[in-house]
Each structure stands twice: as structure tokens, then as C-alpha cells.
Design a protein around this ligand. Structure first.
Ligand SMILES: NC(=O)c1ccc[n+]([C@@H]2O[C@H](COP(=O)([O-])OP(=O)(O)OC[C@H]3O[C@@H](n4cnc5c(N)ncnc54)[C@H](O)[C@@H]3O)[C@@H](O)[C@H]2O)c1
Ligand SMILES: O=C(O)C[C@H](O)C(=O)O
Length: 314
């Protein structure tokens, strides 16, 4: 009879795509001791090299989580979470939707190759265009929609939070922001529901400043793409995925903004879009429906229409 100790299995997270976001995410997961990590990439040697480098870095820092780099999907078997970061990042001047065709074929291939080996896994999608790729991953996987989630809202909300902190010259720790909608130009930062220690920013900042910060948030990804000139953001995106992985693995039931499947919430159905979601071991356990003003709801529906138009191109 195996003892309980022998029965215990470390949580296992597979990260598909050992690029900027994937490599950084593997480091964060292992450093926080959340799970063993399998880093998969199509490029021979790349995930193995990164895994070895990470292991050596962690040895220096007294950490001992298992990190495997591989080009063999069989190593991903029985993962608890599969994070999909495989795909092309956009270049300056491109919209995320310009990646639709090329990244759709990559995401489809990745989901088909992983989910049969880990039928109980939760799929966390990062590849752009985010909301459309999450919908595609759900369709291809055949999973219940609660087990397919897209990362964008945590990142977009953090950008809004950062810009408010910079404007008010205060710590970001006391700021809470709400951003709903798709991960694109029509995302919906909500000043009315964004606060500093409970005080809405509409009472702390001028309308001019709020409009400027909302626009900068909507443009937050493109601003970094333009500055880097070779790839897109990865420090904040990997931190955002890590927070979601933590809430799921540790069953914390945190309410985080994420792309989740809507079945009538906010008057929308059969679409993945950014809304507040309770995340735990079961995945997207509950969608929180905020009471929106008519104009906010209309803007959310415009964002949904843009996602739907791109889903129709799949
Ligand atoms: N949702 C978000 O908020 C968010 C944030 C940042 C980046 N992204 C997106 O995430 C994706 C990755 O970004 P990045 O900066 O890490 O890019 P990157 O180019 O650094 O890494 C992508 C990796 O995917 C790998 N890859 C390509 N095809 C593959 C396949 N079929 N199977 C396995 N691996 C494959 C590449 O070899 C590369 O290592 C992009 O689409 C980017 O737009 C989304
Ligand atoms: O902007 C991008 O293309 C990458 C990502 O979606 C981001 O918002 O940083």
C-alpha cells in the first residue's frame, strides 16, 4: 500500500513556447515553488538550454524545483496546467489581429498535441490575438469552457494601475483598477471602478488626465513593441500569468480579470472576453458580473463585436 507521502505528486505546469514570455514564466513558477515545470518548444535545443540555465540560476539561489526543457510532447504528460505562449509576437505597426492566421495554426497544433496527454489539465492561453486564440483553443480542446482561460486582464489592469501611480506619484500598492473587454484597442479601463484606497480615481484626477491614462493603457502593448523594436512585452505578461497559475494551483479562488467563456453574462454569449473571474483548481469557477452603466455596457459590446468578427475569420 503506498503511503500518503508516496502518493503525493508535485503539481506540474507545462509552458509551451520557450520564448520571452515562456522562459520568464518558467523562472517565476519555479522560483515561487509553485510547481515542477516542463518547457516545450519546437526549436531544437532552445527549451533544453533555457531549462539548464534556469536550474543553474536556481542552484545559486538555493531553489530546487524540477525544470525540464524538451521538444518531445510526451514529457508534458499529466500536466495540471498547460500554458500556451507559442506563437509570433507582433512587430511595430502591426495590430495583434494581424497575427491571427499564423498563430491560429500554431495554437491549434499545440492544443491538439498536449490535451490528449493531459486530459485533466487547465489551458491558459497567452498567444495573441488573445481572446480569439482562447476561443480557438477551447474549440480544438473539447474541454468544458471553465477549463480554458486567457491571460490579458491582469496585465492590462496592472498597466492602468502603474500609470495612475505614476500620475499621482503614489505607491501602486494602494491602487485597484478594473479593465474589462478584449485585449485590443477596444478594451475598457473603467475609471469609475478604479480606486485608491477605495476612492474612485474620478475624484482624484482631472478628466483630461483620466482620458490620457485610459488611452495609454489601451495602447500599453503597442508602446512597448515600439520601444523594443524587436518583440513585445514579457516581464509584466509573465508576472500576470504567474499570478493566475498561482491562484489555480493553490486553489486560492482569487477574482482576477481574465478571458472567460460567457454564457449570457453582460448580455453576451459564446465568446471569450475579459471579465472578473474566480480562479481555482476547477479553473474559471465563477464569473463576476459588475453593474455597468449603459454607456459602459455599450462599449463592452463593441469590444465583443470586434472579437466576434475575428472569430468569424478562423
Ligand atoms: N496575452 C497577453 O497579454 C500577451 C502578452 C505578451 C505576449 N503575448 C503573446 O504571446 C506570444 C509569445 O510572445 P513572446 O514574446 O514569448 O514571443 P517569442 O517569439 O519570444 O516566443 C515564442 C516562442 O514560441 C515558439 N513556437 C513557435 N511555434 C511553435 C510551435 N508550433 N510549438 C511550440 N513552440 C512554438 C518559438 O520557437 C518561440 O520560442 C505572442 O503571440 C505574443 O503576442 C500575449
Ligand atoms: O502588445 C502585444 O502585442 C503583446 C501583448 O499583448 C501586450 O499587451 O504586451
Amino acid at each position: 500500500m503506498p503511503t500518503q507521502v508516496e502518493d503525493y505528486r508535485s503539481p506540474k505546469v507545462t509552458v509551451v513556447g520557450a520564448g520571452n514570455v515562456g522562459g520568464m514564466l518558467a523562472q517565476r513558477i519555479a522560483k515561487q515553488n509553485l510547481a515542477d515545470v516542463v518547457l516545450y518548444d519546437i526549436v531544437q535545443g532552445k527549451p533544453q538550454g533555457i531549462a539548464l540555465d534556469l536550474l543553474q540560476a536556481h542552484t545559486i539561489s538555493d531553489l530546487d524545483r524540477q525544470i525540464i526543457g524538451t521538444n518531445d510532447y510526451s514529457d508534458t504528460k499529466d500536466s495540471d496546467i498547460i500554458v500556451v505562449t507559442a506563437g509570433l509576437p507582433r512587430k511595430d505597426g502591426m495590430s495583434r489581429n494581424d497575427l491571427l492566421r499564423i498563430n491560429a495554426s500554431i495554437v491549434k497544433d499545440v492544443v491538439q498535441s498536449t490535451i490528449s496527454l493531459s486530459p485533466n489539465a487547465i489551458l491558459l492561453i497567452v498567444t495573441n490575438p488573445l481572446d480569439v486564440m482562447t476561443y480557438l483553443a477551447w474549440q480544438v480542446s473539447g474541454l468544458p469552457p471553465q477549463r480554458v482561460i486567457g491571460m490579458a486582464g491582469v496585465l492590462d489592469a496592472a498597466r492602468f494601475q502603474t500609470f495612475i501611480a505614476m500620475e499621482l506619484k503614489i505607491s501602486s500598492a494602494d491602487i485597484y483598477t478594473t479593465v474589462l473587454g478584449g485585449h485590443g484597442d477596444l478594451m475598457l479601463p473603467l475609471p469609475r471602478l478604479s480606486t485608491v484606497n477605495g476612492v474612485p480615481i474620478t475624484e482624484l484626477l482631472s478628466q483630461e488626465a483620466i482620458t490620457r491614462l485610459v488611452e495609454r493603457t489601451r495602447n500599453g502593448g503597442a508602446e512597448i513593441v515600439q520601444l523594443l523594436q524587436n518583440g513585445s512585452a514579457y516581464f509584466a505578461p509573465s508576472a500576470a500569468v504567474n499570478v493566475m497559475v498561482e491562484s489555480i494551483i493553490s486553489d486560492r479562488h482569487r477574482v482576477l480579470p481574465a478571458a472567460a467563456y460567457l454564457t449570457g453574462e453582460y448580455g453576451l454569449r459564446d465568446i471569450f472576453m475579459g471579465v472578473p473571474v474566480q480562479l481555482g483548481r476547477q479553473g474559471a469557477e465563477k464569473i463576476v458580473e459588475l453593474k455597468l452603466l449603459d454607456e459602459e455596457l455599450a462599449a463592452l459590446h463593441a469590444s465583443a463585436a470586434s472579437i466576434q468578427a475575428n472569430i468569424n475569420l478562423l
